[in-house]
Design a binder for this molecule. Structure first.
Ligand code: COA
Length: 146
């Protein structure tokens, strides 16, 4: 299946919502979104980024449940990292639940490294609390490729 890499806007609100995302965040000027769409225009995977000066943060990344483990989020993240580098962004940050194994593997595979921890940051429906791990990927060195 061929997927198109696209920039997302207000017209993609339903697609973002269907994947559990928050399209309203796009109203904040510094947040942009990119995605992968199938031949029917259906959004399969999206990534939201907030860029301020020479730093950026991953706000959200989601792949539709029936398309996971096929390299889509990794591909999308690498494409966006290429664009950020071209825009001279020096570092990309994110926060991830310490128990989110899929996301942690994704980020480690793309050379994100631990940069801190927020204890008990996430509260779950069953009352459990888990830490947020802060991760950072430097974009300006030759040490890591997209
Ligand atoms: C995290 C998420 C976006 C990954 O999307 P995906 O399209 O399945 O990821 P990919 O197929 O590109 O996998 C990227 C890497 O992570 C690994 N990975 C992904 N999901 C995994 C899983 N469930 N278990 C183990 N490894 C996994 C893959 O092996 C791959 O590594 P590689 O590139 O070295 O082969 C997806 O699981 C998801 O949408 N989760 C719910 C939303 C979420 O938690 N988002 C993160 C918020 S911080």
């Amino acid at each position: 299946m061929t997927l198109d890499f696209v920039s997302l806007g207000g017209e993609d609100a339903d697609g973002i919502t269907a994947l559990g995302g928050k399209p309203d965040l796009l109203d904040q000027g510094s947040i942009t979104a990119h995605g992968l769409k199938d031949q029917h225009g259906q959004l399969i995977c999206f990534l939201m980024i907030q860029a301020v000066a020479d730093e950026a943060e991953v706000i959200d990344i989601v792949t539709r449940a029936d398309h996971r483990r096929r390299g889509l989020a990794g591909h999308l993240l690498s494409r966006v990292i290429e664009d950020l580098r071209r825009d001279s962004v020096a570092a990309l940050f994110l926060e991830v639940d310490e128990n989110n194994d899929a996301a942690l593997r994704l980020y480690r595979s793309r050379d994100f490294r631990p940069a801190g921890r927020r204890p008990s940051y996430y509260r779950h429906a069953d009352g459990r609390r888990t830490d947020a791990l802060l991760m950072r990927r430097m974009l300006d060195g030759a040490s890591s490729s997209p």
